[in-house]
Design a protein around this ligand. Structure first.
Ligand SMILES: *Cc1c(COP(=O)(O)O)cnc(C)c1O
Length: 227
């Protein structure tokens, strides 16, 4: 058995721990989501054997096949990719979390289609903090109204925000984009929304994200290798 996934996980956990130390935060305050897109069920089994239980997927049909193949394990599945209207039912039926809600129509469909026997779908709103033209995500201006509307849907539980900023040329610039996301997150909490999840940081910007308040990092390459 290839043990490099277990070694990589140990290394990532050490990096999270060090970033928490540097920021004066408790190590348990940052969750690790293993992004398993493009990797098969065996890679997920290895990561689970090394102690991980939460996995992130971008491509809905690929994810559903994997979720089905891994039904014997107690895993939590997070949808982190763009969602077309015709895929909301699959997402509502198979996932535990969705990080990539960026418009009300998608949220409404997810709420309507969430099966009654499952707990509410845990949701983050994707916000386009750095204004990338081609990117999905709601603008900071539109965020407050969308957050209030999503929080009112019966079969969704709004947990927080997700960001995918462009890589910045310096650590300071990366941190400043993450700090803007954190400020939006705090503003929503001030408005009374009980949010606890700031999904921010990937293999390349984990430390900067943790320094600026991330509570969940989504890590693919640093765990499974280059896709
Ligand atoms: C692929 C992906 C990740 C993981 O990126 P790595 O650089 O491989 O760690 C995280 N979040 C989202 C939304 C992704 O699409």
């Amino acid at each position: 058995m290839n043990s490099s996934i277990a070694n990589n996980i140990a290394h990532v956990q050490a990096q999270i721990w060090a970033a928490c130390q540097a920021a004066g935060r408790a190590p348990g305050s940052v969750h690790l989501l293993a992004v398993s897109k493009t990797w098969g069920p065996d890679a997920v089994r290895q990561a689970h054997a090394a102690g991980l239980t939460a996995f992130g997927e971008n491509y809905i049909q690929e994810a559903v096949d994997k979720i089905t193949a891994l039904h014997d394990l107690p895993l939590q599945w997070h949808c982190i990719g763009p969602i077309q209207s015709n895929k909301t039912r699959l997402v509502a039926e198979h996932f535990d979390w969705v990080h990539s809600v960026d418009r009300l129509k998608i949220a409404q469909r997810l709420s309507e289609q969430r099966p009654a026997h499952l707990p509410p779908l845990q949701v983050c709103i994707q916000v386009n903090v750095d204004g990338g033209q081609t990117k999905s995500g709601v603008s900071p201006q539109e965020l407050p109204a969308l957050a209030q509307a999503v929080a009112a849907l019966p079969r969704l539980q709004l947990r927080g925000l997700m960001t995918i900023p462009e890589p910045a040329p310096s650590q300071a610039q990366m941190r400043s984009v993450h700090a803007q996301a954190q400020a939006l997150f705090e503003a929503l909490r001030q408005q009374g929304l009980p949010l606890d999840t700031l999904s921010m940081g990937m293999s390349g910007d984990m430390a900067a994200a943790i320094a600026e308040g991330s509570t969940l990092v989504r890590v693919g390459t640093a765990i499974f290798g280059q896709r």
